[in-house]
Ligand binder design. Sequence first.
Ligand code: 2E6
Ligand code: F3S
Length: 327
Amino acid sequence: MDQITTARPIADGSGKPRLNVLLAGPRGFCAGVDRAIKIVEEAIRRYGAPVYVRHEIVHNRFVVESLERQGAIFVEELDEVPDDAPVVFSAHGVPKAVPAEASRRKLFYLDATCPLVSKVHREAEHHFARGRHILLIGHAGHPEVVGTMGQLPDGAVTLVEDEEHARSVPVPDGMPLAFITQTTLSVDDTAGIVAALRERFPGVHAPAKEDICYATTNRQAAVKAIAPRAALMVVVGAPNSSNSLRLVEVAERAGCPKAVMVQRGRDLDLSLATGLGTIGITAGASAPEVLVEEVLARLRERFDVAIEEVVVAEERITFKLPAGLNA
Ligand code: 2E6
Ligand code: F3S
């Protein structure tokens, strides 16, 4: 869609210096995050507290702490979950061994893996069934990467972390190849990695449709639209949130002189905005809008803030809750 700009000037008459804020649209929660949080809330409502959650349901402390107050208990591994409590798997996905172990222990579990991550899992299985070796473009150690690699036996998937790696990574002799990707990568970096793979392996099988998800793509596009106009970009998100980290990089590469990540309004160093005419604000897919509002409130402590929302895409996608949890 064409870029829509909505100017909402706010003059507070306080004599504070004026600061123009470009608000990226879309920003914040995606459909997969919304669904994952609802699964935990609905599980607590139906089954009572405590409900265990394996790994942060999404990479945001504010969300995690809100759910803890409602009765969720967050753990990293299944062996921390007692036999008689329900457990939810996080939005990032889990290796096949995790539900297998939960079944062996007869645990009641709910899988909050984003359907767009599950789609990548199925692609991996599809390629494996056709005898292809799989190249997974992604970041080592990230839970989504661990989950995707764990869909297949050891050795079936090779991780490719960057373009240089794509040019040199060893692959098994004589096997057809296919690539898949993590859902939250930089669109531009990934294009470079894919080009390097295609150059080296012209027959490599590609995803039918992009594995980088719509939310990642749209949030990066919105940041690109405002970065050239902003002297500072504030990204609301967490340091372990891949999609949020990518927004910081995208902002700087798209011409914004400085980009910072903040988890809460109070984390923003107001001196960074002093003397600037215009700044940008966005939020990662796991950051709730209330945290963007906190950042705006923080800015209003020192500035007369005028907001302009720059919307590059409308998102209407929603995901159903798993069968059994629907109202
Ligand atoms: C699941 C898959 C993708 O670190 P990352 O960006 O993957 O995760 P979150 O929790 O920050 O964002 C949502 C999400 C969940 N993205
Ligand atoms: Fe899913 Fe993308 Fe959100 S993979 S959880 S829609 S960031």
